[in-house]
Design a protein around this ligand. Sequence first.
Ligand code: GAP
Length: 514
Amino acid sequence: MANQDDTFKKVISHAKEYGYVFQSSEIYDGLSAVYDYAQNGAELKKNIRDYWWRAMVQMNENIVGIDAAIFMHPTTWKASGHVDAFNDPLIDNKDSKKRYRADVLIEDYCAKIEAKIEKEVKKAAKRFGDAFNKEEFLSTNGRVLGYQEKIKTILSRMAKSLEQEDLADVKALIEELEIADPLTGSKNWTDVKQFNLMFGTKLGASAESAMDLYLRPETAQGIFVNFLNVQKTSRLKIPFGIAQTGKAFRNEIVARQFIFRMREFEQMEMQFFIKPGTQGEWYEHWKAHRMKWHLSLGMGKENYRFHDHEKLAHYADAAADIEFKFPFGFKELEGIHSRTDFDLSQHEKHSGKKLQYFDPEENKSYVPYVLETSIGLDRMFLAVFSNALQEEALENGTTRTVLKLPSVLAPVKAAILPLVKKDGLPEVARKIVEELKWDFNIIYDEKDAVGRRYRRQDANGTPFCITVDHDTLKDNTVTIRHRDTMKQERVNIDDLRAIIKKEVDVRNWLMKMA
Ligand code: GAP
């Protein structure tokens, strides 16, 4: 555990030191669970958003993108079920006065049992050596099976109680499991209560005429209310999708994991409108397709897994998460939800307007079913950033800190470094910057010895360093150094554009999805 904590602390401090993420309003001691993206963070975030948009919108002729407003008519949230059901079950500790999410306390308890299973696996792997078969061990070892059964029983009881709004049973479960306040060890709990996560605000100048509004807790509803407008103006036929990226707001109670759980965050969502009855096949299609997108970034197949939901949201008939191995363990990164016709039917009911599609093949109108893919941009940022940050032991006995970001996402693609600040080298380096900046985000750096500049760019995640030296003046060549391998080669200045493009071009990365 201490190790995981250390890794996570390094991620947070590296993000600050290298201009990726700052605490919001830091000079006023910050605002809890709200963060600002700095000069490099804004670029990385934009590149992730673009990579998603290219894969979802540009590469699919039956998916279009929109940009709906954050403010929506308040009835939207009544119709969507968020006013009545977008709640977290909260519990207070009477001694410490700290507030927790009851379901998270229970899930954390199960994570501890999960850790025990991992320990058993490690022990057995050591004992059996090469002959060890993890899958067989997990499905036959008595102790492990007992642990698994215990987790299953606890989670399904919790899911059932939450679904039936039986909050007394959620409290009973916490007490039976003897779960204590993680900070103080006290087991003196209040009853469990529901707490709505939407932020309210007001529209209008005078107190009497002001209208109560919510800041949207998901971008999806902006897509649903525009479904027919988009369908009619684009003349798309079912199946088709509408994608959107944008801010969402939730008054999260447990918000302690940096940008993993924020109060203001960004989502990248796509609603895919389909014929009722076909949701099973589309669910499998989008699960597989989204996983391919993740794997195309080369962050390690072993760092992803699917998790099928036991407890379904009020709108879904099937749901799965794509989980990623964050520094604090496997956690939800993206959701794939089969939302049935819940949202469109609800909006029909509350608006009195028909939201139906005329299917020319079937010669009839119906409310389409919806398959949703929903990923948090900030969470994806954290996945990419934490996976990239590495301490590497070098042959000469030193270590280097390197941010091995997928080069397609790196904020700066190349740093141009004159070996010395004289003899005409800065002028040549500046000329290279002027030429390359039309295609790539490039920086110029002449401060410190070149070795230190390399290290600085490694820690910054810059895939290429290009050094201009005295030979450059004679033969128009430079040294290009690759961040991940530290290999250096001598190349002609005229070839730089093509070399960088080959490595960072979105096309070459997205082709890996094929
Ligand atoms: N429209 C469906 C929807 O909003 P969700 O599972 O509540 O579903 C989707 O959220 C994704 O949004 C999550 O998988 C996660 O990546 C991201 N997300 C949700 N709450 C978040 C928060 N408080 N901070 C950062 N990201 C969040």
